[in-house]
Design a protein around this ligand. Structure first.
Ligand SMILES: CC(C)(COP(=O)(O)OP(=O)(O)OC[C@H]1O[C@@H](n2cnc3c(N)ncnc32)[C@H](O)[C@@H]1OP(=O)(O)O)[C@@H](O)C(=O)NCCC(=O)NCCS
Length: 347
């Protein structure tokens, strides 16, 4: 007797981004406000990071609310109904419930029926990780349309007295709908991690230490002054900067090579908005022609981690700097350390 064989799932041959949407909080924090917290100057912040202002979310701009706003725009642009979404992936490090995932609440609020919904924690590479998963789900036959959301309220994890991070982070949400395509719209994802550098961007203390849980496996706090305090993000700026400049340019080049695209064929370069100087160094390393428009959303948005690439993508399309159908190189990198790069067709 022949062994029964499982019928495999079969999906679309290719996938692409069909729609993008963003949400930027109402409250603008200019550098002048940051200078009330730390000893610095507008000129220092602008020249070292490229940031002029960032947006911080108010009490009614929750992770869920910002996501719903951004995703609603992406779904409308994709021209599909929310019920057609077959997967909701939310990349975030600032949803404060261990369980359930915020993705299920967002799926419910959007009207995505019983779509599978889950969160991923891959910091500033989270959007790229989500995009790779969505591409695999669609081509593997486990979903037709997938919503990928990058969302952060990093203001909740910012220590406003820390000179090395207080000026960097911002809040916001960006979302895309990924769906089937007749032509390739998402190139091979070049992604990875380096856990040997887990300490260079991290929380000041784990939640069990912060809440002084008896027998906390992560405690006691290394710095007794920190014990029992709400955690914040801590960053060792220089190693992050060096790693981003040297290693990430290579990863970006690998994504171009894997997609069979040369830098001069790009219609946009959309790196994670970490620091304008990192972006400029990558442009040099990649020998990106001056004719390729580069996302510089960080100036008004700050570093919004998982939200930064879709927010910057939306802005470039809305401003006319980049156009639907253009090829864009995206690359995210951050805490973990983790990274993800790919060439995509813009929606
Ligand atoms: C954070 C960052 C902007 C700091 O810039 P830097 O040039 O590395 O700064 P350093 O920490 O070496 O400090 C240089 C000088 O500036 C001073 N300084 C540090 N923070 C300052 C601030 N906020 N304002 C003014 N001066 C500051 C330091 O005291 C030091 O002064 P000194 O030379 O007299 O000792 C930079 O390291 C960086 O961008 N790193 C990558 C961060 C990033 O992109 N993270 C996101 C990844 S997802």
């Amino acid at each position: 007797m022949t062994k029964p064989q499982i019928r495999p799932a079969t999906g679309a041959q290719y996938s692409r981004i069909l729609g993008v949407g963003g949400y930027r909080p109402v409250r603008v924090i200019p550098n002048s406000e940051v200078l009330e917290w730390i000893d610095s100057s507008d000129e220092w912040i602008r020249t070292r990071s490229g940031i002029a202002e960032r947006r911080w979310a108010g009490p009614d701009e929750s992770v869920s609310e910002m996501s719903v706003q951004a995703a609603g725009k992406a779904i409308a642009q994709a021209g599909i109904a929310a019920e057609q979404i077959g997967g909701v992936i939310v990349a975030t490090v600032s949803h404060f419930k261990q369980t359930p995932a915020i993705a299920t609440e967002i799926a419910e609020r959007l009207g995505c029926g019983t779509a599978p919904a889950f969160d991923i924690s891959a910091a500033c590479a989270g959007f790229g990780y989500g995009l790779g998963l969505a591409d695999g789900m669609i081509r593997g036959g486990n979903a037709e349309y997938v919503l990928v959301i990058g969302v952060e309220r990093l203001s909740d994890l910012t220590d406003t007295s820390d000179r090395s991070t207080a000026f960097i982070f911002g809040d916001g949400a960006g979302a895309v709908v990924v769906g089937p395509s007749d032509t390739p719209g998402i190139g091979k994802l070049i992604w990875g991690s380096d856990g040997s550098q887990a300490d260079v961007i991290t929380q000041t203390q784990a939640w069990d230490t912060a809440f002084a849980k008896p027998g906390a496996i992560n405690g006691p706090a290394e710095d007794p002054e920190q014990g029992g305090k709400w955690p914040a993000l801590r960053m060792d700026g220089q190693p992050v900067f060096r790693w981003a400049v040297w290693e990430m340019a290579k990863v970006a080049q690998q994504a171009l090579d894997a997609a069979g695209i040369t830098a001069d064929q790009l219609g946009a370069f959309i790196p994670h908005q970490a620091n304008m100087r990192i972006t400029d160094a990558m442009i040099k390393a990649l020998k990106l022609p001056a004719s390729v428009p580069v996302a510089r959303d960080i100036a008004e948005t700050g570093n919004t981690s998982a939200a930064s690439i879709p927010l910057a993508m939306e802005r470039m399309l809305e401003s006319g700097e980049a156009h639907s159908g253009d090829l864009a190189l995206i690359i995210g990198f951050g805490a973990g350390l983790v990274y993800a790069a790919a060439v995509v067709t813009l929606p």
